[in-house]
Design a protein around this ligand. Structure first.
Ligand code: SF4
Ligand code: SF4
Length: 472
């Protein structure tokens, strides 16, 4: 029985409800009256239910799709302006006891190089990341209670926050580790993590069990209910995601929105972010082995519809995607991107030798952070290194209520300009600096409140003088 308030995976992600939703969407994909009414509702910017959004996804009327894209672009502009938040992944360890068929870190892969960073390695990696200009990391580790116990993860977080190299600092550490217990989530919350991210991979239980033949991750319910335990353990911000390509994308899309509805119904706050990875090539993984791959057009439509359906949820895209794809979906709703990522363990200090591959997936976008920043600015975006909300205690429902009040613009915009200024002064090439300074000058006028604008201007001068870490 479908029940978004239930704490049982199979009730809040209910297979029958998803199948009925998809049948309803198929029946109504040409029902222009219904589609118009859903688009009207979406214009109120309060989101859509999984059923409504699924009808839009099924619709293949070109004019209506254009309307969806236009609306997604408008909502993106209204909520996120032209800012794009930057982050980088940091792989701590690729030891893993699971058997995920789409990931090269699965335990049966005997030829991949297994690595685990020591605290000294982490120091070096973090310094390399700080020297690029990163302020926000997402740490990643395989599931292995012996090699990567929670104590190791906590120690790594402590080390990362402690490193202050030149003007650098990592100000927010998001964590992407396996589903765990309430007690361990509490430890992570106490360690001061930002978002806890856990991809569902697929919401389809049958496929999930087939793709995860052994290891702790093979337990569908334990994995699907992880976010509830995380929130019970005091983590306010959680990040969802599916790996598109494993199952039918329409099934995953409905499941993803149902998960968001469930979090809102039970905890009063939806997901902080949604990530949209697609299966990519990696050591011993061939994406063609999965027959549900989606093309760039469908991918763009998914991004646009996520933007419309959950306007307050940030959307993340990684360097799995090429520059061209990123260009397209940033416009349609993506609010956070990674830059200059290395998906191998210890990849920031020195490139891996050919025979020592420890990458989780192939990176499509291989540009440096300076190049990505410049590219974004040339398209009219403001790359932001802001981490203010979490550090000001604006997490969970406090963050959402600020978002809904519309006042977030008075924080995000000046914070983006001030953190970009730090990047320009400390790390940018001359070219990037020139473009950035002109952008900041022009964008100061777009800070809504005059008082905030004045303070921001003063802080920009102070950043030139060497003072760091201003925030609203
Ligand atoms: S996806 Fe995660 S749990 Fe699965 S094999 Fe890879 S690292 Fe391990
Ligand atoms: S002010 Fe908050 S919401 Fe805005 S960019 Fe910074 S951390 Fe994100």
């Amino acid at each position: 029985m479908y029940n978004p308030k239930s704490l049982k995976a199979e009730e809040f992600i209910n297979d029958l409800e998803i199948r009925e939703t998809l049948a309803f969407a198929d029946e109504n994909k040409d029902n222009l009256e219904l589609i118009d009414s859903i688009l009207e509702k979406a214009k109120e910017r309060k989101g859509l239910s999984h059923r409504e959004a699924s009808v839009l996804l099924a619709c293949d009327n070109e004019d209506k799709i254009k309307e969806m894209y236009n609306l997604a672009e408008q909502i993106k502009k209204d909520f996120y302006g032209n800012r794009i938040v930057m982050f980088a992944p940091l792989y701590l360890s690729n030891y893993c006891i699971n058997g995920c068929k789409y990931c090269p870190y699965h335990i049966s892969n005997k030829h991949i190089a297994r690595k685990k960073l020591t605290q000294e390695d982490i120091r070096r990696e973090v310094i390399a990341l700080q020297d690029m200009g990163h302020k926000r990391l997402a740490i990643e580790a395989g599931e292995d209670p012996q090699n990567n116990p929670i104590e190791y993860i906590l120690e790594c977080i402590k080390t990362i926050y402690s490193i202050k190299h030149k003007n650098g600092a990592i100000r927010r550490v998001n964590v992407n580790i396996a589903a765990t217990t309430v007690e361990e989530y509490r430890m992570l919350a106490e360690a001061g993590i930002g978002t806890y991210i856990l991809f569902q991979e697929t919401y389809n239980k049958e496929s999930y069990e087939e793709l995860h033949p052994y290891g702790p991750k093979s337990n569908y319910a334990y994995h699907t209910e992880a976010m509830d335990r995380a929130m019970e353990g005091g983590i306010d911000d959680v990040g969802l995601g599916v790996l598109f390509g494993l199952e039918l994308y329409r099934y995953e899309f409905a499941g993803l929105l149902m998960h968001a509805e469930h979090l809102e119904a039970v905890h009063g706050v939806g997901p902080h972010t949604i990530s949209v990875p697609r299966v990519k090539h990696a050591d011993d993984i061939d994406p063609d082995a999965f027959d549900n791959g989606i093309d760039d057009e469908i991918f763009a439509k998914l991004c646009a519809l996520i933007r419309i359906s959950v306007p307050y949820t940030g959307m993340i895209i990684s360097t799995r995607e090429s520059k061209q794809v990123r260009e397209k979906v940033i416009r349609l709703g993506v609010s956070q991107i990674s830059g200059a990522s290395r998906t191998s363990v210890g990849g920031y200090c020195e490139p891996e030798p050919e025979d020592e591959n420890s990458e989780q997936f192939d990176v499509s976008d291989k540009r440096t952070l300076d190049e990505v920043v410049k590219w974004l600015m040339e398209m009219g975006y403001i790359p932001s290194f802001c981490t203010a909300c979490y550090r000001e205690g604006r997490t969970g429902d406090r963050f959402m209520s600020l978002c809904k009040s519309g006042q977030i613009q008075n924080c995000c915009h000046p914070n983006a300009l001030m953190t970009l200024k730090e990047f320009l002064v400390d790390y940018a090439s001359e070219d990037t600096k020139r473009i950035g300074e002109a952008l900041i000058e022009a964008e100061l006028n777009n800070i809504p409140k005059e008082k905030v604008r004045e303070i921001c201007k003063e802080n920009l001068v102070k950043i030139e003088q060497g003072i760091r870490d201003f925030r609203f």
